[in-house]
Design a protein. Structure first.
Length: 163
C-alpha cells in the first residue's frame, strides 16, 4: 500500500508542528497566564459549583530548575535516575551457565556433545538435561543451544574450534 501526502498538506502539517513547538517552548512572562473564569469551576463548602473569582491565583508555567520541581510554595528535590534504579523491579534473567564446549561425537547417526563445567564433563545429545536447571536444546554448526528451565530462556555456547 503506497500512501502519499500532497505537498500543501505536508506544508500545513509542518507549519502546525513548528508553531506548536514554539508555543510550548516559549518562556512564560512574569505575570503568568490568566485562565478564563468560565473554564475553571470549583466547589464551595456546600458542594454547589461556582466559578473562580478574580481573587483566585492565576495559572502560570513554572520555570525549569535543575534538580527541583516547584509545587505551589514548597520545593521537592527530584532524585537522580541512579537512585531510583534499586526501586525498579528487575526482570529476572538466567545466570551465566559456565558451560564449555569440549567436542562432539557422532554414534549410530546421533550427535553427542562433550560439555564441561569446572571439572565435570557431560556427554549429552539434543533434548538431554545437562544439569537440573539447564537442558541442551540443539547442537548447531557453530554453537550449542542450551535452555535455562526455570525461566525458559535460551543461551548459546560457542564452539571454539569448529572444522
Amino acid at each position: 500500500m503506497n500512501l502519499s501526502i500532497s505537498r500543501p498538506l505536508l506544508a500545513l502539517l509542518l507549519c502546525a508542528l513548528v508553531i506548536s513547538t514554539v508555543i510550548a517552548l516559549r518562556p512564560a512572562d512574569d505575570a503568568g497566564e490568566q485562565v478564563a473564569d468560565d473554564l475553571l469551576p470549583t466547589r464551595t463548602e456546600k458542594g454547589v459549583a461556582r466559578h473562580v473569582s478574580d481573587a483566585a491565583p492565576t495559572w502560570r508555567r513554572q520555570t525549569y530548575k535543575p534538580g527541583a520541581r516547584v509545587l505551589g510554595e514548597e520545593s521537592v528535590v527530584v532524585a537522580p535516575a541512579a537512585a531510583l534504579a534499586p526501586m525498579i523491579a528487575a526482570v529476572p534473567t538466567a545466570p551465566e551457565n559456565g558451560f564449555v564446549y569440549l567436542g562432539r561425537m557422532v554414534r549410530d547417526g546421533k550427535v553427542y556433545a562433550f560439555v564441561g563445567k569446572g571439572e565435570d564433563v557431560e556427554v549429552v545429545s539434543a533434548g538431554d538435561d545437562i544439569s537440573p536447571d539447564w537442558r541442551l536444546d540443539a547442537i548447531e554448526n557453530k554453537s550449542l543451544r542450551v535452555r535455562y528451565l526455570p525461566l525458559n530462556e535460551v543461551r548459546n555456547v560457542a564452539m571454539s574450534h569448529e572444522k
